[in-house]
Design a protein around this ligand. Sequence first.
Ligand code: ADE
Length: 225
Amino acid sequence: MQIDIITLFPELLTSPFEASILKRAILANKVKVYFHNLRDYARDKQKNVDDYPFGGGAGMVLKIEPIDNCLNHLKKSKVYDEVIYLTPDGEQLNQKISNSFSTKQNLVIICGHYKGVDQRVRDHLITKEISIGDFVLSGGEIAAAVLCDSIIRLIPGVLGNESSALTDSYQDDLLAPPVYTRPSDYNGWEVPKILTSGNTPKIDEWRESMAIEKTKKLRPNLLKS
Ligand code: ADE
């Protein structure tokens, strides 16, 4: 998979890819991630990437030309499955959407900033609008890191234990069951006996019933779906 990220602030975005699972995925060639600074695609002398909104009002708007220039440049060497724009008014990200993106070959992610992008970018240049939740961030960069992390961990072979992404919360509309590690007794707080019994079928049964119980208690809406 290749992910091309268009941003005004690549420095806000690079460190999540330099540690842990995302770093390993890149080193193992499971995914290539490239950052494209929008300013490099501004053609005027001042390298303007934003301007005042028509009709007045607070805040700056990202111009369409640099974004279109950058997309045209990328599209010269790749066909993209999706061009994703990150915005608080997009479709809310969930595990199903991440699963679907993780099966794609080439993705472009556009990070908004300031008041967002000229509406014509949204109308003509992108294929998906994604929000990571009902709150407003200063820009799409941190949202892009969240989106990429959720996608990349699902690419086959990225996680050491193939099944571990399948047992994540939300993967089957259930929250993940509780997990414990050594010591089995800490200050008198004991690990459920079943987990140290060595009886794998019983442990699986326990985990499933705990997952259902936890989901009923914390996120009953997931069970309804
Ligand atoms: N940009 C600003 N806020 C955002 C959000 N909640 N999700 C995605 N992109 C954003």
